[in-house]
Design a protein around this ligand. Structure first.
Ligand code: PLP
Length: 277
């Protein structure tokens, strides 16, 4: 298995990270996860646009152009003979003796790996449970930074309570999952949190909004409260690796049950078709 480190493709066992990498000290970097179906990246352009935006918002310079990055990723997919799975890549600001104040002359470090991953068909069919908890993260959740402490704490709490994902809220206003966005259906309208600094603007989220528009399902980018969530007709989450997963139970700070509904199923079907195109 091969990985990318800095400026070369090497065997995974030979990959060694610098002691003074700012990613290691501060989580000072950004990343993307892109789905690979039949050896081809899905929604590549959208992911690269978000990657560039994250870099800009962090005052981070990227080591490669989008075209060069695509070449690196494509080579890695082929070298590892990846059919279905995802590619992960990140850029950290570079190597510098530990100092909060970063300098702008650092050489950013790109690392990338691929992983096989099947589409989670069982969860897509049967749904999952979400653990409801407070969103304790910072106020720039729109940046896809590798600094994910709040997210991993939420994920662990969810798992410890037999839930597959977390549902985070700020004073009763629902933001997103620990690694997914959340959608609600109420009276035929699809609701999801506006793409502001409280959430990561998921590429799958954006794709689902397009699919809903094409089906003439009304979409409103509006935050839901916990109270509104308990009265929703359908709830589902979206992410690159999981696609669209119905939510059948909310647990923790509030409790409610749901069944995978018709709009969720239509969007799942449309999603599959859009992948096959
Ligand atoms: N929100 C958070 C916090 C995430 O980490 C992710 C993905 O990992 C998402 C949402 C979903 O984004 P995407 O659909 O681009 O994978």
């Amino acid at each position: 298995e091969y990985v990318w480190l800095d400026d070369k493709m090497i065997k995974r066992r030979d990959a060694k990270i610098s002691f003074d990498d700012r990613g290691y000290y501060f989580g000072d970097g950004i990343y993307e996860v892109i789905r690979i179906y039949e050896s081809k990246p899905f929604l590549w352009k959208e992911h690269m646009e978000r990657f560039s935006r994250s870099a800009k918002e962090m005052d981070l310079s990227l080591p490669y152009s989008p075209e060069e990055t695509e070449t690196i990723v494509t080579d890695l997919i082929h070298r590892n003979n990846l059919q279905d799975g995802f590619v992960y890549f990140q850029v950290t600001r570079g190597i510098q003796p530990r100092d909060h104040l970063y300098t702008r002359d650092l050489k950013p470090v790109l690392t990338a790996f691929t992983r096989e991953a099947e589409v989670p068909v069982q969860n897509q069919k049967n749904g999952i449970h979400l653990w409801v908890l407070e969103d304790i993260r910072w106020l720039r959740c729109d940046i896809k930074t590798i600094n994910l402490l709040g997210n991993i704490m939420a994920k662990r709490k969810a798992e410890d309570n037999s839930c597959q994902e977390a549902l985070q809220h700020r004073e009763g206003v629902i933001t997103e999952g620990s690694s997914s966005n959340i959608f609600f259906v109420k009276d035929g309208t699809l609701y999801t949190h506006p793409a502001n600094h409280y959430i990561l603007n998921g590429i799958t989220r954006q794709h689902v909004v397009h699919l809903a528009n094409a089906r003439h399902i009304p979409v409103e980018e509006k935050a839901f409260t916990l109270q509104e969530a308990s009265e929703a007709d359908e709830i589902f989450i979206t992410s690159t690796v999981q696609e669209i997963i119905p939510v059948t139970e909310l647990k923790g700070e509030m409790e409610a049950s749901f069944s995978p509904g018709p709009i969720t199923r239509e969007l799942q079907d449309d999603f599959r078709q859009s992948v096959q195109k």
